[in-house]
Write a protein that binds this ligand. Structure first.
Ligand code: SAM
Length: 163
């Protein structure tokens, strides 16, 4: 249901750092076995190694309910990427492709996404398999896999009645 500036029963709001225009807040760190791009997979696999997503406070309470999902979408900031190559030659073969036709980590806003298998949640740590990022990559967001996400039930008769 649509709402404006409403905090509902059971919800918790936390203090936010001052917002910059379109500024991101890194909400955690991703721990993986890979410290160099030479060894990091280009695309994660669900049978790949277990990686740890460590949330910073106060965000860990946002994990409540996440264990119900088998798959998550993870968004991260590819912090060691250059950002200025609008056309790129991934194969270094003389042919170049526009950045938006590639999943290259080199992009103006280096956001990476992966669909991962959830293994377990323990306190502020989420263990997953299927990532393809370097150790220490900043976490931007976690969401349930959209194909598994059931929206809230449609409004029922009486939901909008007032006293
Ligand atoms: N799965 C994501 C996506 O599709 O948006 C990222 C794909 S990108 C091809 C994965 C590659 O990004 C890795 O093989 C590695 O070379 C590079 N990479 C991973 N973590 C990075 C980081 N923190 N900074 C810069 N490059 C990174």
């Amino acid at each position: 249901m649509v709402r404006e500036n409403e905090i509902r029963a059971g919800e918790v709001a936390v203090d936010m750092p001052p917002a910059n225009d379109a500024g991101l807040i890194f909400i955690g760190t991703i721990r993986t076995p890979w410290t160099s791009r030479l060894e990091c997979p280009r695309r994660g696999r669900e049978d790949g190694p277990v990686c740890r997503i460590e949330l910073f406070e106060p965000w860990s309470q946002g994990l409540q309910g996440i264990a119900a999902y088998e798959r998550l979408e993870v968004l991260y900031w590819l912090d060691r990427s250059r950002r200025d190559l609008v056309r790129q030659s991934p194969k270094n073969d003389g042919s170049a492709h526009g950045v938006f036709s590639l999943r290259s980590p080199v992009r103006p806003n280096p956001i990476g996404t992966s669909l991962v298998r959830l293994i377990r949640v323990e306190g502020p740590v989420v263990e997953v398999a299927g990532l393809d990022c370097l150790d220490g990559t900043p976490l931007i967001d976690l969401k349930p896999d959209r194909s598994l996400f059931n929206p809230l039930a449609p409004p029922q008769k009486g939901d909008f009645e007032t006293a």
